[in-house]
Design a protein. Structure first.
Length: 72
């Protein structure tokens, strides 16, 4: 296991799934997510509580928000 530095904003996410998705997408990088990966991510996010997902979308970078909004 490898720990990375983060900002307090990254720790404010309410949903367990959306918190992990935000970090995973940041790690993969903008423009590097395949259609297949995006589809799997959206399916996972659909399991998240909608109110938590809406909150967590506001914490994500814009390019991550675009992916996350597809789950609402």
């Amino acid at each position: 296991m490898r720990f990375k530095k983060t900002t307090p904003k990254n720790l404010l996410a309410r949903g367990k799934i959306s918190r992990l998705v935000i970090q995973a997408l940041k790690e993969i990088g903008n423009g590097k997510v395949s259609q297949e990966e995006e589809g799997k991510i959206i399916e996972l996010l659909k399991r998240e509580d909608p109110s938590n997902l809406r909150h967590d979308i506001t914490l994500a970078p814009e390019w991550v928000r675009k992916v996350m909004r597809k789950a609402l």
